[in-house]
Design a protein around this ligand. Structure first.
Ligand SMILES: [Zn+2]
Length: 210
């Protein structure tokens, strides 16, 4: 008997249940990732296959495509990459987890979603400047009560969820100033590695019709 006959292989589909609705991009079940966070409509689940993140339960491909189209800047889509090192490191502190988010995209999730309307990803490029800033903000989120407060204060294109109490907001402001440079020293190598491994924090995609 060969080794393969002894090794049970459990397909991802086996995890499908009412608690694990299908991924709107690839159809595999979604699994729990994060408890509900400040500024988000519910718990966050993710697809183990294409990496898509979904905030608050049931998800529909059409809705995901509509949200994707909102990220379009001219010919291009600019994504906070849920498959980035910054996301893996930051979890709930990941800067891409903006208040009000519903879908958290990856390049692979976009590829699967837009295939539904006969489109393909023709190029994907790491955006170094925005990525380093996002990873820096992710690190600061791990030491502040609020979320993305330093990024929003800097004028970066980020939606903040400030802490609920004034004293917490004062501590956040102080922590952001004191730790700004140490966080940048840590963020730089993480994000340079992320960019080199195609796991950068911010990615610019071009799409075209087949
Ligand atoms: Zn998926």
């Amino acid at each position: 008997m060969s080794a393969s006959q002894h090794t049970p292989v459990v397909p991802l589909e086996a995890g499908a249940s009412p608690d694990n609705p299908p991924c709107p991009a690839c159809g595999e079940p979604l699994f729990g990732w994060l408890a509900p966070q400040r500024g988000l409509a519910g718990a966050v689940s993710r697809c183990e296959s294409c990496g898509l993140g979904v905030v608050g339960g049931e998800a529909e491909p059409e809705e995901a495509l509509r949200e994707l189209d909102r990220l379009r800047a001219g010919e291009e889509l600019v994504l906070a990459n849920r498959a980035s090192f910054a996301s893996a490191l930051g979890n709930a502190g990941w800067a891409g987890l903006a208040p009000g988010s519903r879908y958290l995209f990856t390049v692979e999730a976009v590829r699967r979603l837009i295939a539904r309307r006969d489109q393909v990803v023709s190029s994907s490029r790491w955006v170094p400047g925005a990525s380093i800033v996002a990873t820096w903000g992710t690190l600061l989120n791990s030491v502040t009560f609020g979320h993305n407060v330093a990024l929003a204060a800097l004028g970066a294109n980020a939606v903040a969820a400030p802490a609920d109490k004034p004293w917490k907001r004062r501590i956040d402001a102080l922590a952001s100033i004191v730790l700004a440079i140490p966080a940048m020293i840590i963020a730089l190598p993480i994000e340079l590695a992320g960019g080199a491994c195609r796991r950068g924090a911010v990615v610019r995609l071009r799409t075209q019709l087949l």
